[in-house]
Each structure stands twice: as structure tokens, then as C-alpha cells.
Design a binder for this molecule. Structure first.
Ligand SMILES: CC[C@H](C(=O)O)C(=O)SCCNC(=O)CCNC(=O)[C@H](O)C(C)(C)COP(=O)(O)OP(=O)(O)OC[C@H]1O[C@@H](n2cnc3c(N)ncnc32)[C@H](O)[C@@H]1OP(=O)(O)O
Ligand SMILES: [Co+2]
Length: 134
């Protein structure tokens, strides 16, 4: 069911500083900050030859990553995103197997304009998993 690794997301306390580090110290191709108010984050994508990094910073009062940054003030790996062909079929199969889908359970449009869902980290060895339909 899960396909390619679409991105690895890193929550950061300072988006500009983190983006500059990847650009200037690691020589990576860094995109512009992209506010995603629907998701309560601002993202910066970093294109790699085989996948992407997604730098995340809270946007708005009830950002879902606020708690994570309070617990990890220097930042840290926040989630990994796998591609799926059919996100509703993937969701239904996961729910049937007892996995918890976060939020309403209905996909939302993510940063790439595609439907995304999140699975509870406690169901996958402490790793927050995002699914993106491609
Ligand atoms: C623009 C879209 C973009 C894209 O790629 O398209 C995105 O990726 S948007 C990314 C931001 N949105 C989300 O992360 C949505 C899904 N996340 C959530 O709903 C929350 O972050 C949630 C429920 C995973 C955690 O929320 P919160 O930290 O407020 O809740 P708790 O403190 O109750 O946490 C419960 C439990 O989980 C542990 N936890 C929290 N976050 C993570 C994480 N990223 N990875 C691993 N574990 C995590 C937390 O420590 C608690 O564990 P416990 O042992 O009970 O303390
Ligand atoms: Co993501």
C-alpha cells in the first residue's frame, strides 16, 4: 500500500535560520516559506535527489505542532510522509486494522495540493505518519 517516501518533516523554532542552514551550510535547494493556515503551519520545502525535506513552523494559536516544539525546543523530526495511490482505500484498510486516523478522518488538501491524512504516532512506533495521495 505505501509507496515512495514523499518527505521527511522537521519542526523548527526558527524557519528562516533553519532554511539558511540547509541552503548555506548543507548547500541544499531551499524553497520559499509557504503559509498553510488550514494546517496551522508555515512550511519550507527542500528538494533532494530522492525525496524532500519539509521544514515546519507553527502558524496561528492552535498549531498542531505547538506541543511538539514545547517538548523539543530545538526542533526535531516531526513526521514522515508516504505516497499512496488511493488515500480513501488506504484509510479504510488502516481503520479496519485498528489504526487511528487523526482529525475528522477525512483527507485535507496538503502543501502539494493533494489529499493528506495523518496516523497516530502511538500506532507506528512513536512515528507520526502522513499519507499523501499521488
Ligand atoms: C501543510 C500540510 C503539510 C503537508 O505535508 O502537506 C503537513 O505535513 S502539516 C503538519 C502539521 N499537521 C499535523 O501534524 C497534523 C497531525 N498531527 C496532530 O494531530 C498532532 O500533532 C498530534 C495529535 C500527533 C500530537 O498533538 P499533541 O502533541 O498536541 O498531542 P499530545 O501531546 O497529546 O501527543 C500525544 C502523544 O504523541 C506524542 N507525539 C506528538 N507529536 C508527535 C510526533 N510528531 N511524533 C511522535 N510522537 C508525537 C506526544 O509526545 C504524546 O506522547 P506521550 O508519550 O503521550 O507524551
Ligand atoms: Co508533511
Amino acid at each position: 500500500m505505501i509507496g515512495r517516501l514523499n518527505h521527511v518533516a522537521i519542526a523548527v523554532p526558527d524557519l528562516e535560520a533553519a532554511a539558511a542552514r540547509y541552503r548555506d551550510v548543507l548547500g541544499a535547494r531551499v524553497g520559499a516559506p509557504q503559509p498553510e493556515p488550514e494546517h496551522g503551519v508555515t512550511v519550507v520545502f527542500i528538494e533532494l535527489p530522492n525525496t524532500k525535506l519539509e521544514l515546519l513552523h507553527p502558524l496561528g494559536e492552535d498549531s498542531p505542532i505547538k506541543g511538539f516544539l514545547e517538548k523539543n525546543p530545538a526542533g526535531g523530526i516531526h513526521h514522515i510522509c508516504f505516497e499512496v495511490e488511493d488515500i480513501l482505500a488506504a484509510r479504510d484498510r488502516l481503520v479496519a486494522q485498528g489504526a487511528r486516523v487523526l482529525g475528522s478522518g477525512e483527507p485535507k488538501i496538503g502543501a502539494h495540493g493533494k489529499p493528506v491524512l495523518f496516523l497516530h504516532p502511538k500506532d507506528f512506533n512513536g512515528t507520526l505518519i502522513e499519507l499523501e495521495e499521488v
